[in-house]
Ligand binder design. Structure first.
Ligand SMILES: NC(=O)c1ccc[n+]([C@@H]2O[C@H](COP(=O)([O-])OP(=O)(O)OC[C@H]3O[C@@H](n4cnc5c(N)ncnc54)[C@H](O)[C@@H]3O)[C@@H](O)[C@H]2O)c1
Length: 375
């Protein structure tokens, strides 16, 4: 992919910010289209607009405008990250979530095709799979997609929209879909993600309450996730690929409690309160990235969400105790496996926060972690 121009949608978000810096270290030109960066985000504090060829603020639901902008940027490759990515917000704003995640994805794919972008990677999530029957068996790419909370359903619909484009006669862009989940790393500020809550508590010397310590999730560092994305793009030729699970090895499927205890051992003190099981809504329903329940999280909305669900179905939201992806297709078809096991992923996340708390520049810390990873 040398000397290529890569367009990222959602470049102001958590993954997008790391992706900008990773692509810059690899020598690419990078442009982005997204909503404005959130206050305190990595994009903002590291002044990542300075890294970009084009830094465009645009809502991807604007079909015509998006097509014009993508044509003007004229990238070789595009990576579609932009999404309303929070489960809890999807209950509060289902229309906006479906509009951004489904129509926004349709618009972005259509715009890339019109602009004759050579390769496009569409990012969905592990939550697209139908996990109503929770057998605890890792999902393969061939498993059926299914409905869930508004976020998960909208991403499943986006995934299906992308697959539909691949079957259209006038679709020329080589495209693949990447599904993953529970990505961790420094600089994430999203609400209701476990590591974000833990790192906020660490920074602000507060305590976090963990609701479902036994929930088992795959834990993946953002660098591994992004390296997986770039591997798929590298292998994309004229022909479309189907979907890939970009997931850690099954050995990295560990419980929230193990992650919490390991994190506490790394930072050197306890940041969690007594652990409560099964109250309010389930962890699984609050974030793409297993949720904690603590400082800064939206307790009112969670309680409301529980009441609504309980009122309708007389039971809490469904929770998959073990939600996992089978990573073997990436290994068998593309020869790719991640470099970082779950402890290493936590180490990097804690180190990033430790250095920034001690006054280091977030841009320098992020660039150093990327450099080390790429060695
Ligand atoms: N972080 C995770 O653990 C995780 C797990 C699985 C899948 N994902 C997926 O990866 C992608 C990136 O996730 P993230 O954690 O970086 O999310 P994020 O919330 O940090 O960033 C979302 C980005 O999308 C942009 N965006 C949102 N609505 C938009 C709109 N209407 N128009 C233009 N831009 C819009 C935002 O401005 C931001 O740049 C998303 O598609 C998400 O569903 C994330």
């Amino acid at each position: 992919m040398n000397s290529m121009h890569i367009l990222i949608s959602g470049h102001t978000g958590f993954k997008g910010s790391w992706l900008i810096l990773m692509l810059k270290q690899l020598g690419y030109e990078v442009s982005g289209i997204a909503l404005p960066a959130l206050t305190g985000s990595l994009f903002e504090v590291a002044e990542l607009h300075n890294q970009l060829q084009n830094d465009i603020t645009l809502d991807i639901t604007e079909h015509q405008q998006l097509a014009q902008v993508v044509k003007r940027i004229n990238p070789d490759v595009a990576i579609h990250l932009a999404a309303q990515a929070l489960v809890l917000d999807s209950y509060a704003h289902p229309y906006e979530t479906f509009n951004t995640n489904v129509m926004g994805t349709y618009n972005f794919i259509d715009a890339c095709n019109q602009a004759q972008v050579q390769k496009l990677l569409v990012i969905t999530t592990d939550k697209v799979y139908d996990n109503r029957v929770n057998l605890g068996i890792p999902f393969k790419e061939t498993d059926p997609l299914g409905p869930g909370d508004p976020y998960s359903s909208s991403k499943a619909a986006a995934d299906i929209a992308a697959q539909t484009f691949q079957k259209m006669p006038d679709f020329y862009t080589a495209m693949a879909i990447a599904r993953g989940g529970n990505v961790i790393g420094g600089g994430d500020i999203a609400q209701n993600r476990l590591m974000v809550d833990l790192m906020r508590a660490y920074r602000e010397m507060e305590q976090v309450k963990i609701r479902n310590p036994q929930s088992v999730r795959p834990w993946q560092h953002v660098l591994d996730c992004l390296a997986g994305y770039l591997t798929i793009i590298d292998h994309l030729s004229e022909q479309n690929f189907e979907a890939f699970n970009v997931a850690p090895q099954l050995a990295d499927l560990v419980s929230v409690q193990e992650v919490v205890e390991y994190t506490e051992s790394k930072i050197g003190f306890r940041i969690t309160e007594h652990r409560v099981q099964g109250s309010e809504c389930s962890d699984d329903s609050f974030g793409d990235g297993a949720a904690g329940s603590g400082a800064g999280s939206n307790q009112k909305l969670k309680t409301e969400c529980w009441r609504r669900t309980a009122g309708k179905r007389s039971e809490p939201l469904h929770e998959a105790k073990t939600l996992s992806l089978d990573p073997s297709k990436m290994r068998n078809v593309l020869g790719w496996t991640g470099k970082l096991d779950w402890r290493h992923a936590v180490d990097l996340t804690v180190d990033w926060n430790k250095q920034v708390i001690e006054g280091a520049d977030p841009l320098t810390v992020t660039q150093a972690q990327i450099k080390e990873y790429l060695l």
